[in-house]
Design a protein around this ligand. Structure first.
Ligand SMILES: *Cc1c(COP(=O)(O)O)cnc(C)c1O
Length: 377
């Protein structure tokens, strides 16, 4: 076989979607005219409405980022004690529990979806459990029905970290309609973004009032501060960029669907490579393309592939490795014991997030796959 040359320039795992600068300057002019930069201004109000429609949810509150939004979600439901969550997620998920003085209890994950294993949640419940914080990892929906059924039976709240699941729908229903509250992140690296930003969505008007107070220092009016809130506000400039980006999200999604197909075409028959699961009846967002490398059948470990890829200027990422249960701040927890998390520990050694963004070319994807296949032994 002919030797494959490295890419001339680095290929990163993702690249943010940039709007046309003229569209931004036009909106900036509107903001300058309005003389309003933050605190629930016109851009903020319009974006809240537009996103409520786009995500097909009853209520939505914007935030300055997804992490603060999730911290406020726990506050708004007055969670305490222990919350059952997944170790296979971004650091923010368990950290928001710590910031609420809540102990994260790590539950193992499902070998197919890589989401919290709903069949193992019940055995993790104690008298201190107040909620389940599940993550729709890589935009693949959790077993929302089973999770709700357990929560109802034990009187627990359900929060979804839907940071990866913007625009995902289950049977035509926006994914933000499940559980008590869902959080979306609008960080620059997500499919849809406001540079930095996020939102909480839910179906309860009173909860919206409480969340909106909590994100603005608990200030009810000039005379009354009714709870210890925080500053979770999204400013007018980011809200305006978010309004522009809403016009880009479907085009970006279509480009990723195309690249997803190319990856599948190239990799579905490679022994030792497991491609992403498909989900019947689900509209996915195709934000990520994640493979699993089985060292026994592929002949090379994930870490080998990761290191070798870099020599070809391919910067894939090990999402999610290390597991949150392996962080120094959580590994002393009983639930962090690898014996409690066999599937998460196995998958954490196998996953590799492949380059995925609309600007990537079909030929780039084919070459990345050819490089990967050349590693096989
Ligand atoms: C991006 C992300 C977050 C954090 O969102 P920010 O907006 O960056 O604060 C939380 N959870 C998951 C799973 C994420 O991917």
């Amino acid at each position: 076989m002919t030797k494959i040359e490295p890419f001339a320039e680095r290929i990163y795992v993702t690249r943010p979607v940039f709007p046309k600068i003229e569209e931004v300057t036009e909106k900036l002019q509107d903001i300058w005219n309005s003389k309003w930069l933050t605190n629930n201004g016109p851009q903020h109000s319009m974006l809240e409405r537009e996103l409520t429609d786009f995500l097909r949810v009853p209520y939505l509150s914007l935030f300055n980022n997804g992490t603060i939004a999730l911290i406020v979600a726990c506050q708004s439901l007055r969670l305490s004690g222990e919350v059952i969550t997944t170790p296979f997620t971004f650091a923010a998920t368990p950290h928001v529990l710590s910031w609420n003085n809540i102990t994260p209890i790590f539950c193992d994950i499902d070998a197919e979806t890589m989401n919290i294993d709903a069949n193992k949640i019940e055995s993790m419940i104690t008298p201190h459990t107040t909620a389940i914080l599940a993550v729709h990892v890589f935009g693949i929906p959790c077993d929302v029905e089973k999770i709700q059924e357990i929560a109802d039976r034990y009187g627990l709240r359900v929060i979804y970290d839907a940071a990866h699941a913007f625009g995902v729908e289950i049977g035509g229903k926006g994914i933000g309609n499940f559980g008590d509250i869902s959080m979306f992140s609008f960080h620059a690296t997500k499919l849809y973004h406001t540079v930095e930003g996020g939102a909480l969505v839910h179906g309860d008007k009173n909860l919206k009032q409480r969340i909106d107070l909590l994100k603005n220092f608990g200030i009810k009016n000039e005379e009354e501060v009714v709870m210890p809130g925080i500053n979770g506000k999204l400013d007018e400039i980011r809200a305006a960029i978010g309004r522009i980006m809403l016009n880009y999200v479907e085009d970006e999604r279509q480009k990723r669907i195309f690249l997803h197909k190319i990856y599948n075409e190239e990799l579905s028959d490679v022994e030792g490579i497991k491609i992403m699961p498909t989900c019947a009846g689900v509209k996915l967002n195709y934000q990520y393309y994640v493979i699993r490398i089985d060292e026994k059948t592929f002949g090379r470990s994930r870490d080998f592939v990761y290191d070798e890829f870099r020599k070809f200027n391919v910067f894939a990422r090990k999402y999610f490795h290390p597991l949150c249960s392996d962080f120094t701040c959580y590994r002393q927890l009983n639930s962090s014991n690898p014996a409690n998390l066999p599937v998460a520990n196995e998958i954490g050694q196998q996953v590799l997030s492949m380059p995925m963004y609309g600007g990537l070319k079909e030929d780039d994807v084919r070459k990345i796959c050819a490089i990967l296949k050349s590693f096989r032994r």
